[in-house]
Design a protein around this ligand. Structure first.
Ligand code: BMP
Length: 452
């Protein structure tokens, strides 16, 4: 086997430790996050790990091996296969039917069991697990742990008389990663501070400017939007939720000079006609230099979306620069939006929206990985590589009585770190939409500058 150091670096490549800013279950902010589950995805590493753990132990002492669910289960299984010590499985909850057993497998009272754990932090979860095994008449003398986070767990268990064997400690791992250039001195200092029990100060993450986003942007539509923002000093998208072509074109002409994009719901027009609606709209977009964003919120399988995008009377693919899409149809459902940018709906502005934290996390993964996606509609910060669009902005109102929830430009730029605010009724319902769009443009730009 390679050296322990080389072995750790192999494990590290699987993404088992991340450094940055993480909120732990307890609410404490931690400068690192450990998840050893990926180790089971590489059979060679898992086998080596089992052997490293076994090497540290007085194997003759043990009649049984048991992993603490779930992360340590494959580790305990691999150790059992390598050592021929029989495995037992501890359930997380007793079965509510049949035998109500907590421990599965063949064992006898009086046998001694080696307990396997992936990570030890405070030791509290081990102290809950051990009695459940001991209640079956099995004794526990030793615990073997892959990584000790050095937050008192080992000491706590040793004070109760258990022997705790740890393969790696977090300090040892940090030194190793620093030597290999994966961690800076500052990060190591912060981690050491955290391990000493001090509250760690994280630098407030700065939002990126449009120029910085432009440097990183890959999609041509994202680039054009950012270029227009810089040129016009505007981050305003006007939502033209009007129902006649005349109103749409009138609004587009009035607000055009102040916006980066005009957002349409083309299917609410009562008199849509490709020639008299779309051709003049495209002319106005060219005249005032803004993009067309069709807020179709596609939400179907890829094949149907493809038809909705290119056929029917609206033929959105012929004229929209970018479209909104739910990502509920999954990654492949976005493939059909070739040549346009997609703004993924990650979280909605309306009260009681079903886009909860879990949905947003999963939707974000799709958005971040799909090359057609330029950004997301969201009511919370999104990763830097995506453009962030936020509707629900109004200077006068808090809501519309129909579920819409409004915030100010200050809030969305400062707290949500949005890139583009979307304003509908605040502009098209104003007595003077042109003036209103200018006011929102200035408010939005100042709020953006203040948030930098
Ligand atoms: P208004 O500013 O009048 O509330 O309009 C908001 C616009 O943004 C509407 O066109 C709406 O469809 C859209 N929108 C939203 O309000 N919340 C979302 O989460 C997503 C949206 O696209």
């Amino acid at each position: 086997m390679e050296s322990k150091k080389e072995f750790f670096l192999e494990c590290y490549k699987l993404g088992i430790i991340k450094f940055g800013r993480f909120t732990l279950k307890s609410g404490i902010e931690s400068p690192f996050y450990v998840d050893l589950r990926p180790l089971a995805s590489d059979p060679k590493i898992l086998k080596h790990l089992a052997n490293y753990l076994l090497e540290m132990l007085p194997l003759d002492n043990f009649d049984l091996i048991c992993g603490v669910p779930y992360a340590a289960l494959p580790m305990a299984t691999a150790m059992s296969l390598e050592s021929y010590i029989p495995l037992i499985i501890k359930r997380k909850e007793a079965k509510d039917y049949g035998t109500k057993k907590m421990i599965e497998g063949i064992f006898a009272k009086g046998q001694n069991c080696l307990l396997v754990e992936d990570v030890i932090t405070s030791g509290k979860s081990l102290l809950e697990t051990i009695p459940e095994i001991e209640n079956e008449g099995i004794s526990v003398s030793d615990i073997v742990v892959v990584l000790d986070r050095q937050q008192g767990g080992k000491e706590l268990l040793e004070s109760k008389g258990y022997r705790v064997h740890t393969l790696f400690t977090i300090s040892e791992v940090c030194t190793l990663l620093k030597d290999e250039g994966h961690l800076t001195d500052d990060e190591v200092l912060r981690i050491n501070d955290f391990l000493k029990g001090n509250e760690v100060k994280f630098e407030e993450k700065k939002r990126l400017s449009y120029e910085q986003k432009l440097e990183n942007a890959e999609h041509s539509v994202a680039k054009r939007l950012l270029e227009i923002a810089v040129e016009k000093k505007s981050n305003l998208i006007a939502s033209a939720d009007v129902i006649t072509t005349a109103e749409l074109l009138d609004l587009a002409d009035k607000v055009g000079p102040h916006i980066v994009a005009l957002k349409t719901h083309i299917d609410i027009l009562t008199d849509f006609d490709p020639d008299s609606t779309i051709l003049p709209l495209k002319d106005l977009a060219a005249k005032h230099n803004f993009l067309l964003m069709e807020d179709r919120k596609f939400a179907d399988i890829g094949s149907t979306q493809e038809l909705q995008f290119s056929y029917g009377i609206y033929k959105i693919s012929n004229w929209a620069d970018f479209v909104t899409s739910q990502v509920i149809g999954g990654y492949d459902s976005l493939d059909c939006f070739r040549n346009v940018g997609v703004v993924a709906i990650l979280g909605m502005s309306s009260k009681g929206t079903l886009t909860d934290a879990h949905y947003q996390e999963e939707a974000l993964k799709v958005a971040q990985s799909h090359p057609n996606v330029i950004g997301g509609v969201s009511q919370k910060p999104v990763p830097d590589e995506l453009l962030h669009f936020t509707p629900g902005v109004n200077l006068a109102d808090k809501g519309d009585g129909k579920g819409q929830q409004y915030h100010t430009p200050q809030h969305v730029f400062q707290n949500l770190q949005t890139d583009f605010m979307i304003v509908g009724r605040g502009i098209y319902r104003a007595d003077n939409p042109e003036l209103a769009s200018l006011t929102y443009k200035i408010e939005g730009w100042n709020a953006y500058l203040a948030s930098l």
